[in-house]
Ligand binder design. Structure first.
Ligand code: XMP
Length: 510
């Protein structure tokens, strides 16, 4: 890679990836690695700076994670955050203690504006503290540069060795000028140039993929979702027609969605296979009403289709996946990450003898993935697509799934999405869709009695989809969507809006 590199050494704190994220946002490339890296391994990475993360351990405890002491002799600037600062003090000859008063949350701090990290800042700052221990004696060569009521060395530095320690967390929003402090460390202390952009990153990823894959064949299950679409675009630029993307159209997509996915990928330098499998999915779903059974059948059938296609291609060495950072489960401080055992389309086909998995997005957050997609030239409608469940409309069509009910739901959902977009709400409401309930009720239309379906509209705001609030969509928007749906879609005579948050509800109805 031809850009500067900052190393984040992971001591197990909860904000590790957030630190990396902040550094990258400032235009400096950065990766999180385990604290077990030796000084020699660190030197080989040639970092312009190192950040020690926080962590829940006590630095002076014999079993707590330690940095290789030789790292301090590399001549590379180091910023220690919370546990990272305490560890630095402990390893360099100062001392760490456990005070009677624990400091947690927003805390007033008085700083020395002469410190390069604090240049231009007011003396009094609000910072975010979350620690049980603190530095009570500075190592030789260090001076204290900030204090709080209970923490004598809320910040410390040794400018000759370019070592800095912060007891608080500059990476979180609650620290008023935390990002300015990180910026000072990167640009004024480490000499960062801000030479990292998504464009340079995408080039680096392309080079990495080429190196990993060589002349091997790669298979990707393309769902049309953001992550697999970005992987497809990236791999198509990296390895052209060594890649085959299999898009299983199970007939449970939203209106025009299958064609949109095909249009976005069929013109590229890659082998794109669309398998129109609607009939076999629908026939397997015939008469099935239990939500879990529906999900199971769809998952199984998906694997079967995927396997059949993979067998046709033959000799595939690599399976590509759109795993992104939130999908990666950390197995504890500094240990290598473990991937979720299940693939998001329902499990890996086991007959295909893959040598390796290709996961180019595994260090990125969702919005970074979106930015990468845009850099790679993907259209906005793919990059900003809201999450869509693998089983598709089958779990939004309550009770038995039939072609007729799917058609009604598709049209209604399309109108709803159109009205949300027209109102400019399509990025602020994180997921929104229609659900065709299996319930019928009496209505009146043109002096005629009707007995038709009730449609539910759903909209949620959420940061992680684990919890969610129901979206406060303006009445006018709901009214317009409801009017249009009842007038333009047959067999719907009543519309309700779902005002259940998660928990206790789930986002999907089945
Ligand atoms: P729930 O309904 O559990 O949904 O609150 C949380 C999020 O996950 C999506 N979802 C799925 N995504 N395969 C997927 O890839 C699935 O089987 C599946 N089920 C739910 C849902 O749309 C929401 O964003």
């Amino acid at each position: 890679m031809e850009h500067q590199f900052v190393l984040v050494l992971d001591f197990g704190g909860q904000y590790n990836q957030l630190i990396a994220r902040r550094v990258r946002d400032m235009g400096v490339y950065c990766e999180v690695r385990p604290y077990t890296l030796t000084a020699r391994e660190v030197a080989a990475l040639n970092p312009i700076g190192i950040i020690f993360t926080g962590g829940h351990n006590t630095a002076y405890h014999p079993d707590s994670p330690k940095a290789d002491p030789e790292i301090y002799k590399l001549g590379v600037p180091i910023l220690g955050i919370c546990y990272g600062a305490q560890l630095m003090a402990h390893q360099l000859g100062g001392s760490v203690a456990t005070p009677s008063q624990r400091e947690y949350g927003s805390t007033a701090m008085t700083l020395e504006p002469s410190s390069v990290l604090f240049e231009g800042l007011e003396r009094l700052q609000t910072v975010w503290m979350s620690h049980t221990d603190y530095v009570d004696k500075l190592p030789q060569g260090f001076v204290g540069t900030a204090r709080t009521q209970h923490t004598p060395y809320a910040a410390m530095e040794d400018t000759s060795r370019k070592f800095y320690g912060l007891q608080f967390h500059p990476e979180v929003e609650h620290t008023q000028n935390g990002l300015a402090m990180m910026h000072r460390f990167l640009f004024d202390v480490c000499g960062a140039k801000g030479d990292w952009t998504m464009a340079t990153y995408s080039q680096a990823l392309i080079a990495q993929v080429r190196e990993q894959v060589g002349s091997g064949k790669v298979l990707l299950a393309l769902s049309g979702g953001v992550d697999s679409s970005v992987v497809a675009a990236l791999l198509s630029q990296a390895i052209g027609n060594q890649l085959t993307c299999i898009f299983v159209d199970h007939g449970l997509m939203r209106k025009d969605e299958g064609d949109e996915v095909e249009a976005a990928f069929s013109g590229r330098e890659l082998n794109f296979v669309r398998v129109n499998a609607a009939e076999r999915f629908l026939s397997r779903l015939e008469g099935v009403t239990d939500p879990e059974s529906k999900r199971k059948i769809i998952g199984e059938e998906f694997i079967r289709v995927f396997e059949e296609e993979a067998r046709k291609i033959g000799n595939v060495d690599f399976l590509a996946q759109g795993t992104i950072y939130p999908d990666v489960i950390e197995s504890g401080a500094g240990d290598s990450a473990v991937i979720k055992s299940h693939h998001n389309v329902g499990g890996l086909p086991d007959h295909v003898d893959f040598k390796e998995i290709v996961e180019p997005l595994r260090l990125l957050f969702k919005d970074e993935v979106r930015a990468l997609g845009t850099t790679l030239g993907l259209p906005d409608y793919l990059v900003w697509r809201q999450p869509f469940p693998g089983p598709g409309l089958a779990i939004r069509c309550l009770g038995e799934v039939t072609e007729d009910k799917l058609t009604i739901l598709r049209e209604a959902d399309f109108i709803y999405r159109e009205e949300i977009a027209k109102a400019g709400l399509d990025r602020s409401i994180h997921q929104y869709f229609a659900v065709l309930t299996n319930m019928r009720s009496v209505g009146v239309m043109g002096d005629q009695r009707t007995y038709d379906y009730t449609l539910a509209l759903r909209g949620v705001t959420t940061s992680d989809f684990m919890t969610a609030d129901w979206a406060k969509i303006p009445y006018e928007v709901l009214e317009k969507a409801a009017n249009r749906i009842v007038n333009e879609v047959r067999s719907i005579n009543r519309i309700v809006y779902d005002i259940t948050s998660k928990p206790p509800g789930t986002i999907e109805w089945e």
